[in-house]
Ligand binder design. Structure first.
Ligand SMILES: NC(=O)C1=CN([C@@H]2O[C@H](COP(=O)(O)OP(=O)(O)OC[C@H]3O[C@@H](n4cnc5c(N)ncnc54)[C@H](OP(=O)(O)O)[C@@H]3O)[C@@H](O)[C@H]2O)C=CC1
Ligand SMILES: N[C@@H](CC=O)C(=O)O
Length: 350
């Protein structure tokens, strides 16, 4: 029986939920998925780092949180020691789920690089490394004979990237438009009921949808990264972040959002990319007051949807959760399943 040793880098909402899943359902993975999972290392800014080659007791790790205890109280260190842990621990797969840095992707880019350089596969939900260093990190993975998977970087656990790569074979993609941020979509829905922006953001934070800095959600930086990922990974656009124009929703008031709904229009933060006749790709993110009969107008809460323009099928739309701790932890599990399938030489499920 195959058991993958896992390192969790960042122990916030997403990786903590993955640890909970492994703790609660790990034994059924063996029967259902054909492999076991054992967490051998965890690092976190506040809790420090813990490495145990024979497996960390997750019930203990999961108890640590808001109190003053750190991993130093349990045989580890009070500091994350990321480079040392990532390079030297016995993990087969590193799950990177620290905060997304939209400027240069750090420190996550380094975390991913250290893992790949030391022969470990990587799963990440972090948009920074994928959007800003994706091709370079994928090439590094290939050179080292390991895998770099990032399904959760767009629409959390809802399959989009692997789905499009596998299932759209034979189709030409000419563009896409979608709702790609759960927080802003949730916030706009609450504003439609008259709630002020700040209060709606607080709710989204409590639900685990928002970025560490929610301005990334509200000002469109998060969607900008996701549009860049989809455009480069699926359309082969070869564009950079500067090529994706960006406007967020902070300019909208609750009154404006509510009045638009009364007038038959719904404000949505829409990310899109379109292939031009000369082959170049135009991409951007902006708030749009959609008519109620538009396909994206009914997408509510933290649900996301993306509609791909294809040559043979016309529009093909994928919809599902776009944020949430469990939904995103599932994305990491789906990445591990894909890595297992690739190692075993069979098709991935997701
Ligand atoms: N939540 C969601 O719905 C989704 C999230 N994502 C992405 O997944 C990633 C994780 O999200 P989420 O779990 O919600 O975020 P959290 O903020 O809950 O967790 C991130 C964790 O990483 C820790 N951390 C930050 N810097 C470091 C570091 N240098 N070394 C070790 N640990 C570090 C943080 O510590 P501290 O709190 O002390 O700063 C925190 O515990 C983000 O990149 C996010 O963009 C993607 C899709 C959906
Ligand atoms: N903050 C993001 C989380 C997923 O990427 C969102 O709200 O969509």
């Amino acid at each position: 029986m195959t058991t993958y040793d896992i390192a969790l880098i960042g122990f916030g909402g997403v990786n903590r939920t993955l640890a909970q899943l492994i703790h609660d359902r790990g034994s059924s993975f063996v029967d259902e998925l054909g492999f076991g999972l054992r967490v051998v290392a965890i690092t976190d800014l506040r809790l420090g780092s813990l490495v145990k080659e024979d497996g960390i007791d997750l019930s203990v790790a999961l108890r640590l949180g808001s109190g003053s205890e750190t991993f130093a109280d349990h045989g580890g260190s009070a500091t994350p020691d990321n480079e040392h842990v990532i390079r030297n621990c016995s993990a087969d797969i590193v799950c990177e789920a620290t905060f997304t840095n939209p400027d240069d992707g750090e420190p996550a880019v380094s975390h991913v690089r250290w893992a790949l350089e030391s022969g470990k596969s990587v799963c990440t939900t972090n948009k920074g490394p994928v959007a800003l260093r994706g091709p370079e990190l994928t090439a590094l993975a290939v050179r080292n004979g390991v895998h770099f998977e990032f399904e959760g970087a767009v629409m959390s656990g809802t399959p989009v990237i692997r789905l499009a790569r596998k299932m759209f074979e034979g189709l030409k993609l000419d563009g896409f438009e979608g709702i790609l941020n759960g927080t802003s979509n949730y916030v706009l829905g609450r504003m439609e009921t008259g709630m002020e922006l700040g209060k709606a953001i607080t709710e989204a934070q409590e639900l685990g949808y928002a970025e560490a800095n929610p301005a990334a959600d509200i000002e469109g930086f998060d969607v900008q990264l996701k549009v860049l990922i989809l455009a480069n990974e699926l359309l082969g656009a070869g564009i950079t972040l500067a090529d994706v124009t960006r406007r967020g929703i902070s300019e909208l008031s609750a009154k404006e959002v509510k009045n638009a709904a009364l007038a038959g229009r719904r404000w949505k933060l829409v990310g899109s990319a379109k292939r031009n006749p000369d082959g170049t790709v135009t991409a951007g993110v902006e708030p749009v007051a959609l008519p109620l009969d538009h396909g994206l107008a009914g997408v509510s809460g933290a649900t996301n949807a993306v509609s791909f323009a294809t040559d043979l099928l016309g529009p093909v739309t994928v919809s599902g959760p776009g944020a949430g701790r469990l939904e995103t932890a599932y994305a990491l599990l789906s990445d591990i399943i894909a890595i297992h399938a690739a190692k075993a030489g069979v098709a991935a499920h997701a």
